[in-house]
Design a protein around this ligand. Structure first.
Ligand code: GLU
Length: 368
């Protein structure tokens, strides 16, 4: 069982677990959750909690309806609600002698390598101090273009940054079903997913998007990130009291097993970027070269799209627009426009200055 052998566990809880439909705080549930966390800590397992609820609790305090608030207003509401959220955690967790801290992240904090390494170090130091970091997106400054928006993918990135063994997504459904269980009586719970593409080829994920805050789609994306980070992930029903004990005892949930990954930490980070900045379309010759582990050269580039800087995450697609790799560009998009299709020995002449000869170096690239 993955959970028993996990040294670091990330648990994501959605707003609907903290606040019920009548806007009442589910205090009893939160205590039972804290009790579960205590059991994990007693076994020396390190825990990170990714919790939503800033906006829900801010709305509750201000007596606002979540549906009627605009983005800039929601940022202020999140600032009010985040305090409420942390107060709730600190009061409840103190009763179990659990120390907590707060980490607010934005998309850029996980996508930029230097910042993600800083975050990693902070998590490690908090583990060392025996504290439980409680993470949320920094909703007060995140705007639509640079926002996760859902805590499923944020939690999977936290799993990867902290090198956690397991991510538990506590949702308001038991897991992933073969069909939408609200419509189809014969829908079956899928207990285990090893290969996302093969195992889910007949499942209509989009048709199940009414579930959870980010829907099933973001949970599957989170699973993809976890699998490639070598972590296992489980979607389980968090509405029950003692939801983690319930997973251990009943296992009525959906597990996503990790793909055994030989990628080093840097490559893992490249491949799981949630927001690549551009795309490069390459010819068959370049595709063959990539497959045999070579760098991407300007000569093999047919087309590019997006505006990006040096070091940005780029998707590499073949002629048929199928993604074949991801990497960090050594050139800006403007520079690539000037050099694409040309032999590397022409680069200096075309740009007017000396630069690297590979557009994406093999060490900065991962096949997908
Ligand atoms: N960060 C948001 C909040 O705390 C929630 C995002 C989500 O529901 O996944 O309200």
């Amino acid at each position: 069982m993955y959970l028993k052998n996990s040294q670091i566990i990330v648990v994501k809880i959605g707003s609907s677990l903290l606040v019920d439909e009548n806007k009442k705080i589910r205090k009893k549930w939160l205590s039972s959750f804290a009790n579960d966390i205590k059991k994990l800590r007693n076994k020396n397992q390190k825990v990170v909690i990714v919790s939503s609820g800033a906006i829900a609790l801010g709305c509750k305090k201000m007596n606002y309806n979540k549906k009627n608030i605009k983005l800039d207003q929601s940022q202020a509401i999140a600032s009010i609600g985040q305090m409420e959220l942390m107060n709730l955690f600190s009061q409840t967790f103190a009763r179990f002698n659990l120390n907590i801290s707060q980490i607010l992240l934005t998309l850029e904090d996980t996508e930029e390598r230097r910042r993600s390494l800083n975050a990693k170090r902070t998590f490690e130091n908090l583990f060392e101090l025996g504290f439980i970091p409680i993470v949320n997106e920094n909703d007060t400054i995140a705007t639509t273009e640079i926002k996760y928006g859902d805590n499923d993918r944020l939690a999977s990135r936290v799993t990867q940054i902290t090198n956690a063994d397991t991510l538990i997504l506590l949702s308001d459904v038991n897991g992933l079903y073969t069909k939408n269980p609200k419509i189809f009586k014969d829908a079956k719970l899928i207990k285990k997913v090893s290969d996302l593409r093969k195992d889910l080829s007949n499942v209509n994920i989009k048709g199940m998007n009414e579930f959870g805050s980010g829907g099933m789609q973001t949970k599957i994306e989170a699973a993809k990130i976890c699998q490639l980070a070598g972590s296992s992930m489980v979607i389980a029903n968090g509405l029950y009291n003692n939801p983690i004990t319930k997973i251990i005892e009943q296992n009525n949930c959906t597990w996503f097993s990790p793909k055994i990954s030989k990628l080093d930490a840097r490559k893992k980070w490249i491949i799981s970027s949630v927001a690549p900045k551009g795309e490069i379309i390459i010819d068959d010759g370049a595709k063959k070269a990539l497959r045999s582990g070579k760098s991407l050269l300007a000569a093999g580039i047919k087309k590019i799209s997006g505006k990006f800087k040096k070091g940005d995450h780029i998707k590499i697609l073949d002629k048929k627009n199928v993604e074949c790799a991801r990497g960090l560009s050594s050139f800006t998009s403007d520079e690539i426009i000037k050099i694409m299709g040309h032999h590397s020995n022409q680069i200096e002449k075309l740009l007017g200055y000396v630069s690297k000869s590979e557009v994406i170096h093999k060490d900065d690239m991962v096949e997908v």
